[in-house]
Write a protein that binds this ligand. Structure first.
Ligand code: SAH
Ligand code: SF4
Ligand code: F3S
Length: 477
């Protein structure tokens, strides 16, 4: 049986009301009363695929689970509840989820009381939800991206009725403030500042599964960041699919928000993801350049170096505008770390177009680049376009791109050797377990010898060696 809790057939409201949140807190107590009857403390295994936004959503789902009486385990095998928060951005992300959900069949057979839940971007697509429901009859709960805050009610529905539950309303999206958050990291914290996307890049599924762009109230964001810094967090990552269009309807644009946050007292770093070049303003670059705490790292996805392809992608900028932005950013922030995303093999892309991407990479000299082969997403505009180039050919271009970026990035960090960087010590070394690892203001990994007592502190490190993806240095006393 499929049971839909009320409110699952279309959510018009943008802000989830206080009454609704109160109701969910009531369901949290009811689930807690159920789990309290278990002969052991219930264990949850939760896993998040995809972007930081999903990780941040999972911290809220985990927060609700903790309030409902759950502890957490690293293995799905002995869990009472398994929750996968899924990503739809490329086909291989989806295949991984199908594989992992398939593998749970045996665990469920061994432990029929285990509850299996799948949520997030992937199941927000109708055809995937249908497939998930039919192929995996042992999945108890499937819910979309707009009803995250109703998780306690849905879980209670399963415990009470013992039947499957599928809740995937279409919606432009909601904002739910005040949900519990379970953060496992004590040094870094993510703060979503906006949700959804209005850009409809023709290849991308995100606007379809995440709904329309909506910003959180500036006062809510500022209060949350202030609280986190007071609680001792040292790196705050602001999240949004296109942070540059934050606050258009809230009377505070993104550069102003950054300025406000930069005014908070203390030593900390504020970084953000992701900047869309179409909305990246010179004003934003000035604010970063003049700030005390904003990271000197700009992730500015270019996607392609061909103006013809950028137009087909609906990106709303050309390479001329992009390069002007890059030049201005580098002139105002000389130690800027610049990274990007690139798609190879967009429908109709020719080798000639692809060469232009290589040329742009040579011109910009990115510190690093995330590169993807185009993946057809059902329901997007690009899915309807002619796509004559074979997978083998695209694979060759992709390897050529990797090789070019490998060469460009190889010595990108050499400019730091001999310099001293202020570094936030975060954990065990990434190049060597015996070292500590940290992050510089430019968001570069820096490994150095030091005592665990330094974790969570800022230290001065003299750089002695550059790798393509990290720096090695010595602690200055
Ligand atoms: N909102 C962010 C990107 C989110 S998705 C932005 O606009 O910058 C992260 C990256 O995945 C994108 O930048 C793009 O390079 C890649 N991507 C998105 N859809 C894709 C698809 N259908 N095929 C291949 N790569 C894709
Ligand atoms: Fe997708 Fe484009 Fe929105 Fe980024 S800006 S999430 S690539 S539609
Ligand atoms: Fe994936 Fe959804 Fe993020 S599709 S990239 S998890 S917004």
């Amino acid at each position: 049986m499929v049971y839909y809790p009320k409110g699952c057939d279309g959510l018009a409201v943008i802000n989830v009301s206080e009454e609704e949140l109160k109701e969910q807190r009531f369901f949290i107590q009811r689930v807690k009363a159920v789990t309290h009857m278990f002969d052991h403390k219930p264990l949850a295994f939760t896993h998040s695929y995809g972007c930081q936004q999903n990780v941040s959503d999972s911290e809220k789902l985990d927060g609700m689970l903790a309030d409902m009486g759950f502890d957490f385990t690293d293995s799905p095998e002995n869990a009472d509840l398994v929750l996968y928060n899924t990503c739809a951005v490329r086909e291989n992300a989806e295949n991984r989820v199908f594989g992992n959900v398939g593998a749970l069949k045996h665990s469920k057979r061994r432990n029929p009381d285990m509850i299996i839940a799948v949520c997030g971007c992937m199941v927000q697509q109708e055809h995937i939800a249908k497939r998930m429901k039919e192929r995996f009859p042992y999945v108890d709960l499937i819910f979309g991206t707009h009803v995250l805050h109703k998780f306690p009610e849905m879980l209670y529905g399963i415990y009470e009725k013992g039947s499957r539950l599928i809740c995937i309303p279409e919606s432009d999206g909601v904002v739910a403030e005040g949900l519990p958050v379970r953060r496992t990291d004590k040094i870094k914290a993510s703060v979503p500042i906006m949700y959804g996307c209005n850009n409809f890049c023709t290849y991308c599924i995100v606007p379809k599964v995440r709904g329309r762009e909506r910003s959180r109230e500036p006062a809510e964001v500022i209060a949350e960041v202030r609280r986190l810094i007071e609680d001792g967090y040292k790196e705050i990552l602001l999240l949004g699919q296109n942070v540059n269009s934050y606050g258009k309807d809230k009377g505070m644009a993104f550069p102003q928000l950054l300025k406000e946050l930069d005014g908070i007292e203390g030593e900390y770093i504020i970084s953000f993801m992701t900047s869309h070049p179409k909305d990246c303003s010179y004003d934003l670059i000035d604010v970063i350049a003049d700030s005390r705490h904003i990271s000197h790292h700009l992730h500015l996805p270019v996607q392609s170096g061909s103006d013809r392809i950028l137009k087909l992608m609906n990106r709303h900028y050309d390479t001329g505008r992009y390069l002007d932005l890059v030049d201005y950013a580098r002139s105002r922030i000389p130690d800027l770390q610049l990274t990007t995303d690139i798609i190879v093999g967009f429908p109709g892309e020719t080798y000639e177009d692809f060469r232009k991407t290589l040329e742009l990479m040579e011109r910009v000299k990115y510190d690093s680049a995330f590169t993807f082969i185009y993946s057809r997403r059902e329901g997007t505009k690009a899915a309807e376009m002619e796509d004559p180039v074979t997978d083998e050919e695209k694979g060759r271009w992709f390897r050529e791109l990797l090789e070019a970026q490998g060469r460009i990035g190889e010595n990108a960090y050499a400019r730091y050797v001999g310099k001293t960087l202020r570094v936030l010590a975060e954990g065990r070394g990434r190049t060597d377990e015996k070292l500590l690892t940290g992050k510089s203001r430019q968001n570069i990994i820096v490994d150095f010898a030091g005592d665990d007592a330094l974790l969570g502190q800022f230290v001065d490190i003299r750089i002695t060696k550059a790798l393509p993806w990290a720096l090695i240095g010595e602690l200055l006393q």
